[in-house]
Design a protein around this ligand. Structure first.
Ligand code: NAD
Length: 327
């Protein structure tokens, strides 16, 4: 099957080619899919998309006219695709529902430890030969209350790690996981989670209910000095409300791997140009905010998993078999 891999990066190409093993004709293009680039799909039966691609209703209509029948997502999240429109057009879509939940959960922990133990500040002081400790005081994770919003695959992996630190675990999820309750996690209402948690970590999908779940009202319920981690989707947090919460000292530390308007500049170089997103620049300016550019998934194991499952989704579509990851 001929498939155009949009938003493709050098780091993933060898994994995708090796998993395809010449079964599919993968054509790599660095451009992200949108109305300006959709024409690149001409002649392909499938497109392979990343979270930076935008499969809006308009783009899907054009893909359909070009003869594209299948969309394979190289991601868990599918908030960048208009699923209803794709279904109406008869375009089949599959995602990678699980590759390595550990990759993302471990990155959330990396952000937490780096923030709490002032690793970045410590490194900067070390670089200038300043060996004073005054600005480097952290806190023990042991005994702290950790609120996990979304206790699916990634939230569960995060819960297991934090349990190892000796934390008290709270969870909020419309579908509680019995195995986590057996491990000691207590499900509570979202407001109780906000009120009781020292650390809050987001692991829910972006949907109607979770868009701006963390807004001014939510921040007002939180403990003063809370640590916030977001490795889910940027739009779960209202960035301007977070800025106010940081200014008020409500949020003491924030570790963010995602940002609500990341698709305009993540995954590429600004080549020395200024970033015109002033909200992002403001967030970036806080010494107590650590931002990574949507890299939580980026481990060898995850890249292998994404490549393998993406190709097996293409196999199923190509051979007209039921695809277990069809959305
Ligand atoms: P999952 O489907 O296994 O788990 C998501 C959980 O969220 C489910 O248990 C679901 O019931 C719960 N949920 C749904 N609506 C909710 C709500 N309103 N409030 C609280 N919980 C709610 O998915 P997963 O594999 O754990 O991935 C979670 C999210 O992580 C993805 O949707 C994606 O947005 C994000 N993600 C980010 C990266 C990254 O690199 N930063 C990589 C992969 C996934």
């Amino acid at each position: 099957m001929r498939a155009i891999v949009f938003s493709s990066h050098d780091y993933e190409r060898q994994f995708l080619e090796s998993a395809a093993d010449h079964r599919h004709n993968l054509v790599f293009c660095a451009e992200k899919l949108d109305m300006d680039t959709v024409e690149l799909a001409r002649g392909a039966e499938a497109v392979v998309l990343f979270t930076s691609d935008r499969a809006s209703a308009e783009v899907l209509e054009k893909l359909h006219k070009l003869g594209v029948q299948y969309i394979c997502l190289r991601s868990v999240g599918h908030d960048h695709v208009d699923l209803d429109k794709a279904h109406k057009l008869g375009i089949k879509i599959a995602n990678v529902p699980e590759y390595s939940p550990y990759a993302i959960a471990e990155h959330a922990v990396a952000l937490l430890l780096a923030l709490n133990r002032k690793i970045v500040t410590g490194q900067k002081l070390m670089d200038i030969g300043d060996f004073r400790l005054e600005r480097l005081i952290g806190f023990d994770l042991h005994g702290k209350t950790v609120g996990i919003i979304g206790t699916g695959k990634i939230g569960s992996a995060f819960a297991h790690i934090m349990s190892g630190f000796g934390c008290r675990l709270l969870g909020f999820d419309p579908f509680p996981a019995a195995n986590l309750v057996a491990k000691g996690l207590q499900y509570v209402s979202i407001s109780q989670l906000f009120k009781q948690s020292d650390i809050i970590s987001l692991h829910c999908p972006l949907n109607k209910e979770t868009t701006y779940l963390l807004d001014t009202e939510a921040f007002s319920m939180m403990k003063k000095g809370v640590t916030l981690l977001n490795t889910s989707r940027g739009k779960v947090i209202e960035s301007e409300a977070l800025i106010r919460a940081l200014d008020e000292g409500k949020v003491a530390l924030a570790g963010l791997d995602v940002y609500e308007k990341e698709d305009t500049f993540f995954f590429k170089s600004l080549n020395g140009k200024r970033n015109t997103d002033l909200v992002f620049e403001r967030l970036r300016s806080y010494p107590n905010v650590l931002i990574t550019g949507h890299q939580a998934f980026l481990t060898i194991e995850a890249l292998e998993g994404i490549a393998r499952i993406t190709n097996s989704n293409l196999d199923a579509f190509c051979e007209n078999r039921p695809c277990m990851n069809e959305l």
